[in-house]
Design a protein around this ligand. Structure first.
Ligand SMILES: [Zn+2]
Length: 490
């Protein structure tokens, strides 16, 4: 080890002063800490092995099921085994679980069975028959072009944006498409997937986590395209029968804490959803993010890092059913007056192999993260230090962003086959590349430390009025209105 002259002097002062008022080792500079994190993760990371272990021993991690509870315990025990302070944050929610589904489609009187899955928050029981109407992308423009067309009929919509759409057409979330179908009087909605080979996708069709009044199903891409073609020649009909359950359940967020050394009342949250859908093991959505976060906590603890601010490493449950765990966290923090302590929320959802950071719409934070990113790039040029400043919804950062808390997330550079299995029956551990998860632990871990130890944070909490303007400027007002999250009136 090289001794630097400053260290000698401070050690000297330390020895003299130590007897009088105690003494701490001088704090290492940022470059030294980032290098340490990098080395530790490359040598000691447990992210890949623990994710493999959890997916093979637990299976899926659906909130409110025995599997979900097992995942909560797994995370709790893993944090504890690393020596971290860890606690459960219990919450109660009404949770939806799929039951049976049967979808038949064809010309009148000639319906045939088609593979399908129910989208979450479809009714507990439904048996609906009707004519199918092609609503294109299922966005506002499609309904404006065909007013009244789906009234008492079944809407067929594409989950993506069809290639023949006008340039610049922006997509809506499946739940927003379902909301538009409901608002326009449809009696069911059939969404066809964009992933080839009849991959079926699940996810919520509800913008607010409540049950929707009509059945929503997903069918395979090829089946959707074929159906559209048939409809050009002859009217097509569908019968959708399903049963589901919706009942109150208990779930637990898992929170591990490293207390801040100088500003313990200020919290930096790094969080992601531990829960997954039940069609597969959710290795990428969101094993990738959560098992990386647990390993960052391991590394920080092992290295004895003491950033200025407190870090909370949070495993949220219930994200897939409507951000239930992160909403519960924010509600509890508001109720007990601690929300103002939350200074930043770093969300990890399907994050891997990051090459930069998305700054959640906070352009003012760009200079800070560019500077930190330059240091990371100096350690490993794989981190190319991109920044983006768009703001989006539909993950656990949303409830925080709605309270004006600055949020961010990694810009992931992952293989395309991972995204094809999003919410689908192929989201399993064979998609995980060890290097991708390691790179996330290293790079996100370094960014997290720099943020938690910053002299001054790069972005501040917005007031209620500023938050409203922010949402409008980021083009999120309509989406928030659809989701029942717009609280600023007309
Ligand atoms: Zn996710």
């Amino acid at each position: 080890m090289k001794t630097n002259p400053h260290m000698k002097i401070s050690l000297g002062i330390c020895l003299l002063a130590g007897a009088l008022w105690g003494c701490e080792a001088p704090k290492e500079d940022l470059d030294t800490v980032l290098t340490k994190i990098n080395k530790d993760v490359l040598a000691n990371s447990k992210a890949y092995q623990t994710l493999e272990d959890a997916t093979s021993t637990i299976g899926h991690r659906l909130t409110g099921t025995a599997n979900g509870a097992a995942a909560e315990e797994y995370a709790y025990n893993l944090f504890a085994s690393y020596g971290l302070d860890v606690k459960y944050q219990p919450f109660e929610v009404v949770s939806w679980t799929r039951g049976t589904i049967e979808t038949q489609i064809g010309a009148e009187g000639k319906l045939e069975y088609l593979p399908s899955v129910s989208l979450a928050h479809s009714p507990v029981e439904a048996d609906v028959t009707g004519e199918i109407v092609d609503m294109g992308n299922g966005i506002q423009a499609d309904y404006e072009a065909k007013p009244g067309a789906v009234k008492d009929k079944i809407a067929l919509v594409y989950i993506g944006i069809l290639p023949d759409s006008p340039e610049g057409t922006s997509n809506l979330h499946r739940s927003e498409k379902a909301k538009l179908a409901i608002d326009n009087g449809a009696k069911a909605i059939i969404i066809y997937n964009q992933v080839k080979d009849k991959v079926l996708l699940t996810g919520t069709a509800s913008v607010d986590g409540d049950l929707i009044p009509i059945p929503a199903v997903c069918i395979g891409y090829e089946d959707g395209i074929a159906l559209r073609e048939k409809m050009k020649a002859q009217k097509q009909f569908a019968r959708v029968q399903m049963t589901n359950t919706s009942a109150p359940i208990k779930a637990r967020n898992v929170i591990a804490t490293i207390k801040g050394s100088e500003l313990p009342e200020e919290k930096i949250i790094i969080g992601g959803h531990l829960d997954s859908w039940d069609l597969a093991t959710g290795a990428t959505d969101n094993g990738l993010g959560t098992f990386a976060i647990m390993d960052m906590a391991r590394s920080f603890k092992q290295l004895g890092l003491k950033p200025k601010r407190t870090i909370e490493f949070i495993m949220f449950m219930g994200e897939e059913q409507g951000l239930l765990g992160s909403r519960a966290y924010v509600e509890e923090a508001k109720a007990n007056g601690t929300l103002d302590q939350v200074k930043y929320m770093f969300n990890q959802d399907m994050s891997g192999n990051p090459i930069g950071m998305n700054l959640g719409g906070r352009t003012e934070a760009e200079a800070f993260f560019k500077e930190v990113g330059q240091k990371i790039n100096g350690i490993d040029s794989l981190y190319s230090n991109l920044t983006r400043t768009g703001a989006g919804l539909h993950s656990d950062h949303q409830p925080f962003m709605l309270e004006g808390v600055p949020t961010m997330s990694p810009i992931s550079n992952l293989n395309a086959d991972i995204f094809l299995c999003y919410h689908a029956d192929c989201d399993d551990f064979d998609l995980i590349v060890e290097e991708h998860i390691l790179n996330n632990v290293r790079f996100s871990g370094m960014v997290l430390y720099a943020l938690a130890d910053a002299d001054q944070l790069p972005a501040a909490k917005l007031s209620d009025e500023e938050t409203k303007t922010f949402m409008q400027e980021k083009g999120l007002e309509l989406k928030l209105r659809l989701g029942g999250d717009w609280r600023w009136g007309m």
